[in-house]
Design a protein around this ligand. Structure first.
Ligand code: OGA
Ligand code: MN
Length: 444
């Protein structure tokens, strides 16, 4: 029989280390029974083999035998107290047994050995939550997310802790992130929406009524569906920054955000694709672009990315999230965005002295470094930089703060299916007559 290349039928290894290596390879392929035989072989050759004790302990956990797991992991730690993984797995086993205080101590030990150990931070959060220490659990989950930003279970765990602290809106953001990473978790989102609705019935009901009115317009406006226009949302050129927790987070983290943006080289920006300039140059650095995450750009700016992903930002094709640079002498002519479902936030990063500003409707404002301006970009607006220095702002679209979590979840679903470009064109053609001559189709 040909044994080459198949670890299962290999001759029995003669050293504990060789058996351990083979066992790990099989374990990695989830071939648990075969891995178990080889861990046992390693232990019969060297009963104190710390690696074999540790991974057989993990395997027992996977077999749902947490007591046996604890015994093996404790032995592993006796042999090698510096093995962070053994402490972490022991913590998970103890958590499974409901011994949360001890589970927490194990994760703390693992983290003392490896401070950015993502799984240990995750399970430290679980133990803290179970012990009722919810604010600390939230901090631990947030630290874990900084290590593994795309982990749906971690997002769900954070959502649960936020919900337990009465922070439903934030819980919703993380629940939605989880579903984005793993659509099989959609049930968890709909259950969460049900709970939020029960806690705030009047608000939830008003939201569903608006949504019905909105969908009703599809029926009556078949020839001219203005899908960007949502009924019943507060409308004004400028809005209070305090209505958007995400905008406040941008202001709080201004120093780190500014440092991230200033570290970008001019060549990393690209020319804005829409031809809205009367003159000058408009360059952008995109984090999300019509529902697509720009991974490379997001990695360059971790603080900005974390704020984007922890808040009610519009990450469907209806939103844009980017750094905008207007070169000296640039004027963006009057135009309208496609929808009132979002509010646009500009955080001033570099604002020259002199004549630069933003007009929305009939009111002109000037940005300030470190402060946000929140406006409704579905109203006519224009921006200019008539100074001889560049002007830089961070632009983040947020869901309109009047929208309930359920409305946002449904709108996201719609945006996934609808062609927002067609909508945008409609919005342009249905704009009022005097601005129509000047305004250009513009999704930004
Ligand atoms: C906008 C816009 C241009 C800018 O944010 O909608 O047109 O960079 N802004 O000021
Ligand atoms: Mn615009």
């Amino acid at each position: 029989m040909d044994n080459i290349g198949d670890p299962t039928s290999a001759v029995t290894p003669t050293s504990a280390d060789a058996a351990f290596e083979q066992a790990m390879a099989l374990h990695g392929e989830n071939r648990l029974d075969e891995a178990e035989r080889l861990y046992q072989a390693a232990l019969s050759l060297d009963p104190g083999h710390a690696g074999a004790l540790c991974y057989l302990g993990l395997l027992r956990l996977q077999q749902d035998r947490p007591e046996d797991s604890v015994t093996l992991l404790q032995q592993a730690i006796e042999r090698d107290a510096g093995a962070a993984e053994a402490h972490h797995h022991l913590g998970v086993a103890l958590e499974r047994l409901g011994v949360y205080g001890q589970a927490l101590a194990c994760q703390d030990t693992a983290l003392a050995l490896i401070p950015d150990y993502g799984d240990a931070l995750h399970h430290r959060g679980q133990a803290l939550h179970a012990l009722g220490r919810v604010p600390e659990a939230i901090a631990s989950y947030e630290a874990a997310l900084a290590q593994s930003p795309d982990d749906p279970q971690l997002e769900l765990a954070l959502a649960a802790a936020l919900e337990a602290s009465g922070r439903d809106e934030e819980a919703f953001v993380h629940c939605r992130n989880a579903v984005g990473f793993d659509p099989a978790l959609t049930d968890q989102l709909s259950q969460a929406l049900g709970r939020f609705g029960q806690r705030q019935p009047a608000k939830a009901q008003a939201g569903m009524q608006r949504l019905n009115r909105y969908i009703g317009t599809f029926l009556t406006n078949q020839a001219n569906a203005r899908m960007g226009v949502y009924p019943g949302l507060a409308s004004a050129p400028y809005h209070d920054v305090a209505r958007l927790p995400g905008a406040l987070a941008l202001e709080r983290n201004y120093a780190a955000i500014k440092a991230e943006i200033e570290a970008l080289a001019a060549t990393e920006f690209q020319a804005e694709a829409e031809n809205l300039m009367e003159r000058g140059a408009w360059d952008v650095f995109l984090f999300y672009e019509r529902s697509r995450k720009n991974e490379e750009n997001c990695e360059r700016c971790p603080t900005i990315t974390r704020i984007i992903e922890a808040n009610n930002t519009v990450r469907t094709q209806a939103g844009l999230l980017y750094v905008s640079k207007l070169s000296p002498g640039t004027h963006i002519r009057p135009h309208l965005g496609p929808t009132n479902q979002r509010l646009r936030c500009h955080l001033g990063i570099r604002i020259p002295e002199g004549d630069c500003g933003l007009r929305v409707g009939s009111e002109t404002r000037k940005w300030q470094e470190g402060s946000c301006i929140v406006f409704d970009d579905s109203l006519e607006h224009e921006a200019w930089n008539h100074t001889d220095e560049p002007r830089i702002v961070l632009i983040i679209d947020f869901w309109h703060p009047d929208l309930t979590p359920a409305e946002i979840a449904y709108l996201e679903g719609l945006h996934r299916f609808a062609s927002f470009q067609a909508v945008s064109l409609n919005r342009y053609w249905t704009a009022n007559a005097e601005s129509r001559s000047q305004a250009r189709k513009h999704y930004d």
